[in-house]
Design a binder for this molecule. Sequence first.
Ligand code: NDP
Length: 470
Amino acid sequence: MRRAGPAGRPPDKRGLAIMAAFNFTNSYLRDVYETVCRKDPDQPEFLQAAGEVLESLQPVMDQRPDLVRSGVVERIVEPERTLLFRISWVDDHGKVQVNRGYRVQFSTAIGPSKGGLRFHPSVNLSIVKFLGFEQIFKNSLTGLPLGGGKGGSDFDPKGKSGNEVMRFCQSFMTELQRHIGPDTDVPAGDIGVGAREIGYLFGQYKRIRNEFNGVLTGKGLSYGGSLARTEATGYGLCYFANEMLKAAGKSFQGQSVVISGSGNVAIYANQKATQLGGKVIAMSDSNGYIVDENGIDYKIIQEIKEVKRERIKTYLEYVPGAKYVEGCSGIWTVPCGIALPCATQNELPLEGAKALVEHGCFAVAEGANMPSTPEAVAWFQSHGVLFAPAKASNAGGVATSGLEMTQNSMRLSWSFDEVDQRLHGIMTNIYHNAAKAAAEFGMEGNLVAGANIAGFLKVADAMIWQGVSY
Ligand code: NDP
């Protein structure tokens, strides 16, 4: 097999260290991955996401030599377009502040690129590329015509006044608006970008472009948003987990559930897990975690985080009998049957996986993007834990964004139940498609491989049909 890159030039130490986490037996995929590691050694999160997908495509390559010839894998690891821009804005003291903005339009093979915006000080090109890359396969799994993209800024909304957040969003959109559109690229929310930010972003887009359309999803209900979009990622996660549990003869009923994070995904995962008969006994934020053996009421977390924008520690003022522990990583030592990591990438390392397994956890479903490290995933899989990977289990958010786009195009609104039922159907399909693909390629029960393969094949075929113009 030919080598993908210039022969004999290995990645540097950083790239090699990341490569070591993956086991490539297919020389073509190893060469492609080696080239990626050599080109982008300073993008560890992107390399991790790419390594995980490429590793699981190995059985596919043996059956589909046309994929090698058409260079689909080399193409798919390179974004179609990467935008990097300055955002200047004026703070409440009249001082000019400068942040960096990103939008990566990774793939438009099966639809306009689609993926959220993240506002967090940790945002850099590596994080945006990892998220955009994952989004390609996730969006494909939904069965909707959505390409993959992601964006954001290193702006930190925490501690900023409402007016500062508005001015920042307006400046951000002043640049972004020239690159997006309802048929080109449709951003949404992510960490640090909720209903408030989407409103300011949409207002500025409309003002500059003089167009009222579905350019953003996660909009408010009074101006084109969809019912159930707010709840969708958390609900979808539990619908997916429920299918996975059902196939193994298990359920949420009577199980203790640990959920990391206390943002959009975590809050509605709590609500749905509780409705399905589970008891959510621990939740966290980036400072620490709470434990309440009587079950955490999602409405209290909603008030603390969404209304008051306070720390999760405040929960003790509502429920004095609960416990608060400083530091968020210890949450995985809380004994539970089901764990739902819903905070951020790499928040569940090997030690966390070991603690969960030791204390009887039998199912993990990812709500956040790539919350488990590759070592943690391997630990779960080798210890018989049912494992739902993010790109399948958290696809409910983008799926409902797709439904919001459909409603915007048709200029009508569906009821909450109608959207929720469609979401339920989509998540059930994603589970069965991932399980089927895993079985077809000889990896029964491995939903990581199944989701990657099912998501990839649809995009790959579309790319082949469309030729090699991009
Ligand atoms: P939010 O900003 O609403 O919430 C993020 C939450 O995670 C906050 O409670 C934050 O705490 C907490 N957090 C951050 N880092 C840590 C950490 N290391 N340990 C514990 N808690 C932490 O974001 P979302 O809920 O929207 O997103 C969460 C994850 O889900 C992200 O990975 C996102 O990409 C993914 N996702 C989101 C979708 C959506 O529809 N919103 C769709 C699909 C995926 P603090 O308040 O201290 O910052």
